[in-house]
Design a protein around this ligand. Structure first.
Ligand code: TXA
Ligand code: MG
Length: 530
């Protein structure tokens, strides 16, 4: 089939709208722009035309279509028994990206609703779409104009790539302003349910429908063979050919995580871009969810050109339009979500009572990792970490049976500032690798590291906290803890960093001079803030 290309430029606008309407009236199928994504339209009264839409897309027969109307008279032709609150939603959000599922009239073709007795209706706000519906004088059934399963089309080029030669015509226009498909809400259950999030946000809908329920399928994978309210939710959707994973975490965590991967690409935020060393596509700014919605499908389409084995997608927030973007990405990644833990680096000078924070942190849901222990693990006999150290400092840091001679290493490594730096730089990647293994799957982590900054471990932390205490208190603690005399304890204190160092480098300071209650409260205040 030869697909007619109809431009919507000023000179040819009227003629081409008329042509599109003519094709539709005669039972043909036409791709047209809407403010959300391009749709593939057919007369909603014509089972035969609807059949062509299913065939061109390769769409499963049990997935119903949305009927597009251009005025409220059409609504009563398509749907009946319309509840008051649906009319209020229409008044507030139409024309626009809201689809409402309502009881269906007889006039609408059976295949539109895939046999259900309900129909999904929306009034788009795109001028071209409205003009085509008006000219055809028909409510138009229109799913997204993509091959079923691939990302929805937000440009005419996307439609051409998927459907050229399979449909009667494509009406060309600008890229779609919203970028994700409409919000779908059903009034055929009580209370009404949000079936698919979109640019009309759950927050905005709740102003009219305070008891609105977010359907479980919005954020979780439906069980196999489970009955879902919106059939479209159960199908694999939007996935690029590259295996995709959705990654939750902040910029620093995301970049660290992705940079450590081989043969990987990223779909990321503007603010991640400069930190990433892998091939990447920026899909917007994390603070501007509409920008993410606008470019998410293009990014999913384009990422395959990098020919990487995997793509890691930085997950948006789930508020506002972010929920719609998250929902699509969840499907694009086959529900594979990686949650990067929130990491607090904990440090402080000797005797400050840093370790008493351990119990407090554990009581507040944190897992505590002892970085000294990890550092020892990173340099056990035969480890890659130890080989790297030998390469840097020579064979004489080994004992006769090829284990690490800590004293010998200390002598060399702490002889000059350069050597100390070399030590830290050499061993850091091995320590970080072990830490990452240890914290996989955890939600909140504290890295207990006396030399947090000197070692470079701070680079994988989201926030850093130091515990400080008055010198006299520390002196007493050290003498008691290590059975040390006052002079030696003082020497040790003076050899360490001073309070100023921690105040300059850490995000938060906790003072450990008073009662346990005061100490605990300071920590709890910090986690509340985070
Ligand atoms: O923004 C949009 O909604 C775009 C543009 C073209 O308007 N259209 C679109 O259509 O996204 P489609 O077919 O890709 O998605 C329609 C969604 C599917 O998830 C489908 O299962 C659901 O709406 N749906 C349609 N009729 C339904 C019904 N009677 N009950 C429940 N869900 C329904
Ligand atoms: Mg679709």
């Amino acid at each position: 089939m030869k697909t007619e290309k109809l431009l919507s430029c000023e000179q040819c606008y009227k003629k081409n709208i008329k042509r599109a309407a003519e094709i539709l009236k005669n039972g043909g199928i036409v791709a047209m722009p809407t403010e959300t994504v391009y749709g593939l339209a057919a007369s909603s009264y014509d089972d035969n035309a609807i059949g062509k839409v299913f065939a061109a897309k390769g769409r499963p027969q049990d997935n119903p279509l949305i009927v597009h109307i251009s005025n409220m008279n059409m609504l009563s032709q398509v749907a009946k028994n319309i509840p008051e609150r649906a009319l209020l939603c229409a008044e507030k959000f139409w024309p626009g990206p809201l689809t409402m599922v309502l009881p269906k009239t007889e006039k609408t073709a059976k295949s539109v609703s895939a046999g259900l007795d309900t129909v999904a209706v929306r009034m788009p706000s795109h001028k071209v779409a409205l003009d085509i519906i008006e000219a055809a004088e028909l409510p138009l059934a229109a799913p997204s104009a993509n091959t079923s399963g691939s990302p929805s089309p937000t440009t005419a080029k996307h439609v051409e790539n998927d459907l050229d030669g399979k449909i009667d015509a494509i009406v060309f226009s600008d890229d779609c302003a919203v970028g994700v498909e409409s919000t779908v809400i059903t009034f055929c259950s009580n209370p009404p349910r949000l079936l698919r999030p979109g640019a009309v946000t759950a927050e905005a809908l709740k102003k009219i429908i305070p008891d609105l329920v977010i359907d479980g399928a919005v954020l979780t994978e439906p069980e196999k063979n489970a009955k879902v309210e919106s059939p479209g939710m159960k199908y694999k959707h939007y996935a690029p050919k590259t295996e995709a994973f959705l990654v939750e975490g902040n910029t620093k965590q995301f970049a660290k995580f992705v940079n450590a991967k081989q043969n990987a690409a990223a779909i990321c935020f503007e603010e991640d871009s400069s930190l990433l060393k892998t091939p990447k596509i920026v899909y917007g700014n994390s603070q501007n969810e509409s920008s993410l919605a606008h470019d998410v499908f293009s990014a999913l389409r384009d990422i395959d050109k990098h020919h990487c084995e995997r793509v890691y997608i930085h997950a948006p927030s789930k508020s506002g339009v972010g929920l719609a973007v998250y929902n699509r990405l969840l499907r694009a990644s086959g529900f594979k979500v990686i949650k990067l833990p929130f990491i607090i680096g904990l440090t402080g000078p000797t005797g400050s009572g840093k370790s008493s924070l351990r119990a407090v942190a554990e009581n507040n849901g944190f897992s505590v990792i002892d970085c000294d222990k990890i550092a020892r693990l990173a340099t056990v006999k035969g480890s890659a970490g130890l080989s790297a150290l030998v390469k840097a400092f020579g064979n004489d840091i080994l004992t006769t049976d090829n284990a690490l001679n800590r004293k010998a290493l200390a002598q060399k490594a702490f002889a000059t500032k350069e050597n100390t730096e070399l030590l830290n730089k050499t061993i850091l990647p091995f320590i970080c690798e072990l830490i990452h293994k240890e914290i996989e799957g955890l939600d909140r982590v504290i890295l207990d590291a006396p030399t947090l900054f000197e070692s470079g471990i701070n680079s994988i932390c989201n926030k850093t906290v130091a515990v400080l205490a008055a010198k006299e208190t520390r002196l007493k603690r050290i003498m008691l803890r290590d059975s040390m005399d006052e002079v030696s304890a003082l020497l040790r204190i003076n050899a360490g960093k001073n309070d100023e160092f921690y105040k300059q480098n850490c995000d938060y300071i906790i003072y450990n001079n008073g009662t346990e209650k005061e100490f605990t409260e300071q920590f709890q205040k910090i986690i509340k803030e985070l």
